[in-house]
Design a binder for this molecule. Structure first.
Ligand code: NDP
Length: 283
């Protein structure tokens, strides 16, 4: 039975902290122009990765440009041959062939792809008995098909190159629980599909050394949350009171779990759904 000494031998001279670093690793983050995706992308870059942020607009937002300027000034981390880099790509996750092509191009340029954060998602609310078919299909197209196409695009290249990569899908606590009063039939359905998609991908890709996990955030302050908080005065307080920690989360509170799942700190973790929700699903 391996003891501490053999564990040390197994991880070479690496300290626990160094397991979280991503020198020369290449990452893709969809929905990386803002919100949760931008924070995830920044975390990966701070750990040394070359990060490609993909989003719908043809040009990134002002905030993204500020983060890029910050990353460009970061000093190289230990054992890093190529400095961390922050790039923007315009793309639509619902276009399967385009997504495959985009990741092929990243690999042509950087030589590899190690981390894929399939994070882009949309929220649309309407009462379940009235939910419009086109709106329903649109939510499932972005939140489910788009997540699969992103994971496929990266997974195909990881397999081809024999890279022991990490694919991380952004699900939601809405994949596990339903908050009464919210008309999120499509969103809730899509997010529970993402949790199960991560498990399915994890089982198929484990023999190839590719790990797949999902992250399920609770309410996090972003444009998405603002879009429904603005519809009802006092809603933030009401929803905060339903959370054991009594508050919403901040996007930067997802940076730790991102690094853990993306890096060698989690090499035996696959098919897991990690909840980052202030205990809301445990309530
Ligand atoms: P935001 O709306 O701030 O960001 C989502 C990003 O995804 C936007 O930049 C959006 O672009 C982009 N996007 C939407 N559709 C597409 C598409 N077809 N192709 C490429 N990019 C697209 O939301 P969050 O940062 O809050 O959400 C990120 C993820 O986290 C989502 O999957 C969401 O469901 C999930 N989540 C969020 C929670 C929260 O409380 N905020 C809680 C739990 C999960 P554009 O704006 O230009 O349309």
């Amino acid at each position: 039975r391996p003891g501490v000494a053999s564990a040390l031998a197994g991880s070479g001279s690496r300290t626990a902290l160094s397991l979280f670093s991503l020198p020369d690793r290449v990452a893709l983050v969809t929905g990386g122009n803002r919100g949760i995706g931008l924070e995830m992308a920044l975390a990966l870059a701070e750990a040394g990765a070359i990060v490609y942020c993909l989003d719908l607009p043809t040009a990134p937002d002002e905030e993204w440009l500020k983060v890029k300027a910050f990353v460009d000034e970061l000093p190289a981390i230990e054992h890093q041959k190529k400095k961390a880099k922050f790039e923007y790509i315009s793309g639509d996750v619902t276009d399967q062939k385009a997504m495959w092509g985009i990741v092929e191009k990243i690999v042509e340029k950087e030589g590899r792809i190690d981390v894929c954060m399939a994070n882009a998602g949309i929220l649309h609310g309407a009462e379940c008995l009235e939910y419009d078919g086109a709106d329903f299909r649109n939510v499932l197209d972005v939140n489910v098909s788009g997540v699969l196409f992103t994971a496929q695009a990266a997974g195909r290249q990881m397999e081809r190159l024999g890279i022991q990569g990490s694919i991380i899908l952004t699900a939601s606590m809405s994949g596990t629980i339903v908050n009464p009063g919210q008309h999120w039939i499509a969103y809730n359905t899509s997010k529970s599909a993402v949790v199960q998609m991560a498990r399915s991908l994890a089982c198929e890709l484990a023999p190839k050394g590719i790990r797949v996990n999902s992250i399920s955030p609770g309410y996090i302050f972003t444009n998405m949350t603002r879009s429904f908080l603005d519809t009802q005065p006092g809603l933030e307080e009401k929803l905060s009171a339903q959370n054991p920690m009594g508050r919403f989360g901040r996007p930067d509170e997802l940076r730790g779990v991102t690094l853990w799942l993306a890096s060698d700190a989690s090499t035996f973790c696959t098919g897991a759904d990690i909840k980052v929700d202030g205990g809301q699903c445990a309530w």
